[in-house]
Design a protein around this ligand. Structure first.
Ligand code: GUN
Length: 307
């Protein structure tokens, strides 16, 4: 029987640990960490993410600042805001919601974030520390993937020595995920949309992380019997409607699907994340944890045990 990896439950448990840690910091230091989120423009998906981040940050007992800037904001105004947040001692974590409008130089903007407040783990310092195997703030989605993969192991088993194939090479997920699974002593292969023999490489994976952003690209028979499948893709696709020709003006219905053909993959995998409700909720939970980690490191507070 395939085990469904419930990201909602695992994320709720991590958020509960974060809430407990925040309460400990309040008691010990009379201090609650604060996260600042910067959103440019009105992309509906980004607005949904930012609203959730705000809600869960408040629920964990932390401060939450939201800076919404118009789509046509200048790059310099955005950079000046980040510099202000860097200099604001009451801000422990800074997240710039991606993607930014195409005319803005994303690397330049991310590069301005103080690495001590880089709760997204995207600055060159954070990425460098990760690649060198040194401590620091880790990108949230890949960190969530590792937690979910570990949760699916049999009692007493570990990720050590397992072959982890990551399909996707983005700076947000694929590349940092490779280093994080390497830290767990996995043997790691990074594949991508141009990899030759992609199906065969996927078939050799004990842990398969799909992060290419192509709906249903990973087929059921690409999955080794007994593999753990972590699907990072969140793709909105139209639902085929039998009567769509009867009423062409009817609003097309859509649904979210992952990068993995879930219905076929469940027949092969030992455990698999659903979309939605798999990796997605973990990203925010890991972001909250990073905000507490950043606050403790910056303020010389002892890190509460739970985290
Ligand atoms: N957009 C989608 N996922 C993320 C994320 O993890 N961090 C940021 N900054 N933007 C995103």
């Amino acid at each position: 029987m395939t085990n469904l990896i419930d990201g909602k439950i695992i994320a709720a448990s991590l958020r509960a640990d974060v809430t407990e840690a925040v309460n400990t910091l309040k008691s010990a230091y009379n201090y609650a960490p604060t996260l600042a989120v910067v959103l440019v423009g009105d992309d509906p998906a980004s607005q949904v993410y930012v609203r959730s981040k705000h809600k869960f940050t408040k629920e964990a007992g932390m401060g939450s600042l939201e800076h919404q800037l118009p789509e046509d904001v200048s790059e310099q105004t955005l950079i000046d805001l980040i510099k202000n947040l860097n200099g604001d001692d009451s801000v422990d974590g800074i997240l710039v919601q991606l993607p930014l409008p195409g005319r803005i130089d994303t690397d330049r903007v991310i590069g301005v974030i103080d690495p001590a407040k880089d709760v997204d783990g995207l600055t060159e310092i954070s990425a460098g520390r990760l690649s060198l195997g040194r401590g620091g703030l880790r990108p949230c989605t890949p960190e969530g993937c590792v937690i979910l993969a570990k949760s699916a192991l049999a009692d007493g088993d570990s990720l050590s020595g397992k072959h982890c194939v990551i399909v996707g090479r983005s700076i947000l997920v694929g590349k940092p995920a490779a280093f994080l699974f390497l830290e767990q002593n996995c043997t790691v292969t990074i594949a991508h949309s141009r990899t030759k023999n992609l199906a065969d490489i996927c078939r050799s994976a004990d842990i398969l992380v799909a992060a290419v952003g192509r709906p249903l690209m990973i087929k059921g028979d690409w999955i080794k019997k007994g593999a753990i499948v972590i699907d990072v893709g969140i793709n909105r696709v139209a639902i085929d409607q039998h009567n769509k020709h009867d009423n062409p003006k009817a609003k097309r219905k859509t649904k979210l699907v992952g990068d993995v053909d879930f219905a076929a993959a469940v027949k092969h995998a030992a455990a698999i994340t659903p979309v939605p409700g798999g990796v997605g909720p973990m990203t925010i939970a890991c972001l909250l944890r990073n905000t507490v980690l950043a606050a403790c490191a910056r303020r010389n507070m002892t890190m509460p045990d739970k985290l």
